[in-house]
Design a protein around this ligand. Structure first.
Ligand SMILES: Cc1cc2nc3c(=O)[nH]c(=O)nc-3n(C[C@H](O)[C@H](O)[C@H](O)COP(=O)(O)O)c2cc1C
Length: 308
């Protein structure tokens, strides 16, 4: 008789995922580009590129560059806007067969979060909403919402009041104490937090003395930020009770495992999708093998098992 496979299913709020492996916002487009590389149905969930109320062209080029063990990006939330997203992108995403988590952001006015959430609340194909209050590339006059616990509480609460959909709040690592922000999101009614968004950085061409990114400051992602991400997940997991979706430099199964052990209930692949679009599916089978090898029957038995 074949041995029963370990259980990978997890719940994030009302959202039931068949496995805890998702793809991070902005690194998987609207998924259609990836259909040739894998059966997208296998994914736990797909998080869309962040959308805003109105279409955005994003920042001027150059807006990406390679760095040691990572990359900088300052895309600036290029997206077609919510109307075109719903009419053109969502019908394609719905066909995937994996839950679609729609990432939303405001261009400055926090009320835009309410308008976006109200629109998506009525849309069947949107399984959950991720509040991107942590994009470093859209900074106006003020700091990011996710850099202040009070603002985080206010925005999450406002959105919570207009939608019954599962709400995930995406946090920035560019703060002194991320646990305060996570606690504010939890108190305001967020069903989960996802972390980390990119760390701010820059890179300079010494011949031209120009920044390699037109906007000078950009977001660092990839393996370089993994130790920071794992540390923050461990800290946040000791402070809040809602599930954590972990990301930041996951490149393979062992690096994904670090996040679960630190306290994440689910993980997302990000920058690695540009190198290996099939990575998420490889991690799903890698997790099954690890659980079998360690005689664990359920991924939940691994979450938060760091011995310290
Ligand atoms: C090119 C690029 C675009 C991104 N766009 C978004 C975005 O639109 N919304 C968002 O919440 N995060 C965005 N991110 C951040 C990722 O979702 C992720 O949080 C971050 O890159 C850390 O994970 P990684 O190191 O595995 O890439 C983007 C990252 C990259 C590299």
């Amino acid at each position: 008789m074949r041995k029963k496979e370990a259980r990978l299913a997890v719940n994030i709020g009302k959202l039931k995922l068949k496995n805890p492996v998702m793809v991070a916002s902005g690194t998987f487009g609207y998924a259609e580009e990836f259909a040739d590389f894998m059966n997208l149905k296998q994914l736990g969930a797909v998080v869309t590129k962040t959308i805003t109320l109105k279409p955005r062209q994003g920042n001027p080029p150059p807006r990406t560059c390679e760095t040691p063990a990572g990359m900088l990006n300052s895309i600036g939330l290029e997206n077609p806007g919510v109307d075109a997203f719903i009419s053109k992108k969502l019908p394609i995403l719905k066909k995937i067969g994996a839950p679609v988590i729609v990432s939303i952001a405001s261009e400055g006015d926090p009320d835009e979060f309410i308008s976006l959430a109200k629109r998506l609340d009525k849309i069947n194909g949107a399984a959950a909403i991720e509040l991107n209050i942590s994009c470093p590339n859209i900074r106006g006059k003020t700091s990011l919402i996710s850099q202040d616990p009070g603002s985080t509480f206010k925005v999450v609460k406002m959105v919570r009041e207009v939608t019954g959909k599962t709400l995930i709040t995406k946090l920035s690592p560019n703060v002194t104490d991320i646990t305060e922000i996570a606690a504010a999101a939890e108190k305001a009614g967020s069903d989960a937090v996802s972390l980390i968004n990119t760390l701010t950085g820059t890179s300079i061409d010494t011949d031209t003395k120009r920044p390699r990114i037109a906007s000078v400051i950009a977001g660092l992602s990839g393996p370089a930020i993994r130790p920071v991400a794992v540390r923050m997940i461990w800290e946040v997991s000791r402070k809040i009770k809602i599930p954590i979706i972990g990301m930041g430099g996951i490149m393979d199964t062992p690096s994904a495992l670090e996040f679960f052990i630190a306290g994440a209930s689910a993980i997302s692949t990000g920058t690695a999708n540009f190198i290996n679009p099939a990575l998420s599916v490889e991690i799903i089978s890698g997790l099954k093998k690890y659980l079998a090898r360690n005689k664990l029957r359920d991924i939940k038995e691994l979450v938060g098992t760091l011995k310290s």
